[in-house]
Design a protein around this ligand. Sequence first.
Ligand code: IPD
Length: 268
Amino acid sequence: DHDAKGLAEIAARIAERAAARILELRAQGVSVAASKSSATDVVTAADQESERLIVAAIQEVRPDDGILGEEGTGIAGSSGITWVIDPIDGTVNYLYDLPAYAVSIAATVADGAAYADGRRAIAGAVCNPRTEELFVAWQGGGATRNGEPIRITGQEDLSVSLVATGFGYTVERRTRQAEMVARVIPRARDIRRNGSAAYDLCMLAAGRIDAYYEEGLQPWDYAAGVLIASEAGATLIGRDAATPPGEPFMVVGSAGLVEELRSLALGA
Ligand code: IPD
């Protein structure tokens, strides 16, 4: 009953605007505004401005929707749609001017999705202003990169798969993630750590990596990217249905690869 295509168009338009703005701000220089969970988990003034811009733009066209944002926005809506936004996913790359960062915007509905926090995206957009790429998807509508349809590689053999992952910000999490990498790397073609979960999921959707997994993502990191990847043919699995909220573990890739990669990463 929601107009997923229309929501995707809104997400795309706003993601492009915010992406253009963070690029402009980057050119003026960037400094760390605050640290969050640890000294490695930074937020810049651009994250905050981008979030303000996105929230205002959504409220202008969809005043009854909820909004959940990485930099603290929590607005309860009444329409059944909650926007889940990451104003800059890949903030550390942004700080260093490495090109893997993006604005991520998803329109989600509550449906009890087990891997997540009970919400699922029906429309989403991820925009990387440095590579001039806009990825868009809506439920049942396929996924595109700059307007062209994209598709996963479909690779099912782990030994020739390029696998991306990411790391969280706490020592405890990184220790566990290092153990996961130690189990995966001898068995895969290679590992990439690009630095933006949203962009990784789009790279998977576009066939530039074969699989992606990570533990401990937050909804704004993956809400749009997971939809884009699945509309491009990817299968997603989590640890199991009992994974506590805020601790999602996900593997995304071809149907034939995800289960093997999941057991390997978890040491199961
Ligand atoms: C981070 C990035 C990174 C992933 C981390 C995320 P942020 O998001 O997506 O690739 O490994 O888990 O927290 O902090 O740059 O928005």
